[in-house]
Structures are given as C-alpha cells and as structure tokens.
Design a protein around this ligand. Structure first.
Ligand code: HEC
Ligand SMILES: [Cu+2]
Length: 322
C-alpha cells in the first residue's frame, strides 16, 4: 500500500513476475504508440498532399517492387505477432509451474471473504502473511460461487472456482502490505471482499507463526476426519473391506480399472472422494460411497493434506486402531 516510486499512475510491482508483466505491458504500449503515430503521420501527409485541387502527380504508381513490399510488411507483422504471443504466453505459463520447494497455502473463498491457512496450521481471514523471497504456492477453491484472487502489486490474478482446485504462485521480493481484492463479481458484498497480503522478513514471519494460536496442522486435522468420516474403516490396513492402502500413494502413478494410469495428486484424491466411480482403482470393487455434499471444501483440503503427508509419516494403517 506504500512504497518507493508509487504514483497515482503506477503501482510498483513487488515480484519479479510482476516486473516481467510491466515490461510486456510497456513494450505493447510503446509498439502500439509507434504504429499509431506512423499511421497518423501517413494519413495527414497523404490527405494534405492529395487534397482536392493540389497538383501532386496522380499517374501510374512507381513500379517499385510492389509485390515485395506487400510480402515484406505482411511477413514482418506476422512474425512480430508470433513473437508477442510467445512472450506473453511464456510469461503467463510460468505462473502455472511453481518451484518444487514452494510453501503451500490453502485459500478457501466464500461470499464474502478469503480464508487462508498456513502449512503448520494457523488460519487467517481476509489476510495472508508470507515471508519475503520465498516462493508461495496458493491452492485455492471456493465454497459457493466463482471468486478471483487478485493482488495488483504482484500482477497476480486467478479465478477461484467451486468444485475445483486452482493454483497460482508468487515470490514477493519486497516487504510491506499489499491490497488483495476479489476480482469476480460474486454477489451483494463483492466490493467488500478485500484483504491484505503482508510480506514480512523471514525472521518476522517465523516469529509471527510462533505467536499464532497453536491448532492442529492440516494433516492432523485431516487424520481426525479420516477416522470420523469412516474412511479408515475401509482404508486402514486392518479393515475387513478390500480397499487400496493410501499410504505413500501421493505422487505415484496408480493403475485404474479401465487400464489407464493416473498420477495421485490433489485433483485425483479430490475426485476419488467426490466421484469415486469416475476413476476406479484397478483390482478393487467400486464400493466407495461418494462424499459429495458430505464433506465441505475445508474438510476436503484437510483430507487431501493428510493423504499427501501420510506418505512421509507412514501412519495411515495405524489410525484405524486408535
Ligand atoms: C466403503 C468403503 C470405503 C470408504 C468408507 C471409503 N473408501 Fe476410499 N476407496 C474404497 C475402495 C474400494 C476404493 C478403490 C475403488 C475405487 O477407486 O473406487 C477406494 C479408493 C479411494 C481412493 C483412490 C485410491 C487409489 O489407490 O487409487 C482414495 C484417495 C480414497 N478412496 C479416499 C477415501 C477417503 C478420503 C475416504 C473418506 C472420506 C474414503 N476413501 C472412504 C473404499 C472406501
Ligand atoms: Cu468474491
């Protein structure tokens, strides 16, 4: 909300990605400006030179290689546009591939607030605290309608869609607080759906996290749900029902009954819980009930975290007996 070089015309970018967007924007502006000027000058020149009654020559056009001229400018424009497409496309695509080590924050949007949760548990409403110079991956979903997560200073905007997980990532390189807006008209109080992203030094962030009320982390909350919703009754090693063990499946490819293979990630686990018939694991009966309408988005996030972490903590089999 404050920073060096700020003016009413220009909000300085607080991420490297953001500065890349700025360069692209300025380049497009300059290019359009140049083309506008060239067209304007030619228009005025010709309109004056060939105005009614002027004695400018009006005979045959000079035979100066007209075909080459046409081919030349058409090709030049074509390659210019291909280059612009590549430039904008690659900068946009970079926003889809977060670095492996990125810190993961869960965002759940609803009318009319953003709820965020840190990997170690702390939650915030309409606020997000993150450390500077650290890649942060946002895994987002909505409890009701489409919202959009927009931080102008990061040049970052992505829709948050009910029933789906969307991701973006950023790495802030300046500390400070920055506006967060919902950028998708989502109902009466859409304009009030705002918040603040606070970028802190690494030390301040560690201290901030320590000062938060200590709840369970996402994985632990997920473990409790896994037991209370009855998942463990089928999926635990000791269960009488024949269901696949979920321990360590995260990030692996599993075979499906239809012969294809699928990567176990957020999308797959989510769909397995909500639409178990869609992708049935090979060698198992499709007896898992759908939990659509039973588990909330928040609960899904926790279950997914639990299954992901179970690969490292190795405790899915043990939970049923507890
Ligand atoms: C009635 C027993 C039963 C219950 C209850 C149950 N599941 Fe399942 N689950 C299965 C069976 C059987 C399969 C394998 C067939 C299939 O993919 O539908 C499966 C598949 C899965 C898969 C895909 C695993 C793979 O290897 O492809 C996931 C993830 C999963 N369940 C998670 C859960 C979660 C989370 C819950 C609780 C919210 C749950 N299940 C509740 C029986 C159950
Ligand atoms: Cu909204």
């Amino acid at each position: 909300m404050s920073g060096a070089g700020e003016s009413i015309f220009w909000l300085p970018a607080a991420t490297a990605q953001g500065r890349g967007v700025d360069v692209l924007f300025l380049a497009l502006l300059a290019l359009s400006g140049i083309i506008f000027l060239v067209v304007l000058v030619l228009l005025v020149t010709f309109a004056t030179r060939y105005r009614h009654g002027s004695n400018a020559p009006r005979g045959e056009l000079p035979s100066l290689a007209r075909r080459e001229f046409e081919i030349g400018w058409t090709a030049a424009t074509f390659f210019l546009f291909v280059f612009l497409f590549w430039w904008a496309g690659s900068s946009e695509l970079a926003g889809y591939s977060p670095p492996q080590e990125a810190m993961e924050i869960h965002v759940t949007a609803k009318q009319w607030m953003f709820k965020t949760q840190h990997p170690s548990g702390p939650r915030e409403i309409d606020a997000l605290h993150v450390p500077v110079d650290t890649p942060v991956r946002l895994v987002m979903t909505s409890e009701d309608v489409i919202h959009s997560f927009w931080v102008p200073a990061f040049r970052l905007k992505r829709d948050i869609i009910p029933g789906r997980l969307t991701q973006i990532w950023f790495q802030a390189d300046r500390t400070g607080s920055f506006h967060l807006f919902c950028a998708e008209l989502c109902g009466t109080d859409h304009s009030e759906m705002t918040g603040t992203v606070t970028v802190m030094s690494q030390g301040d962030y560690a201290e901030w996290i320590r000062a938060q009320p200590q709840g369970d982390d996402l994985g632990e909350e997920g473990r409790k749900l896994f037991v209370s919703l009855g998942c463990a009754g089928c999926h635990a090693g000791s269960a009488a029902v024949k269901a696949p063990g979920l321990d360590g499946i995260w990030g692996r490819e599993v075979p499906l009954a239809n012969g294809s293979r699928v990567m176990v990630d957020e999308r797959y686990v989510r769909d397995s819980i909500l639409q178990p018939r869609r992708e049935v694991a090979a060698g198992f009966e499709p007896i898992m009930p759908s939990f659509a309408g039973v588990v909330s988005e928040d609960e899904l996030t926790r279950l997914v975290s639990y299954i992901r972490l179970a690969g490292t903590s190795n405790d899915i089999g043990g939970t049923a007996s507890q």
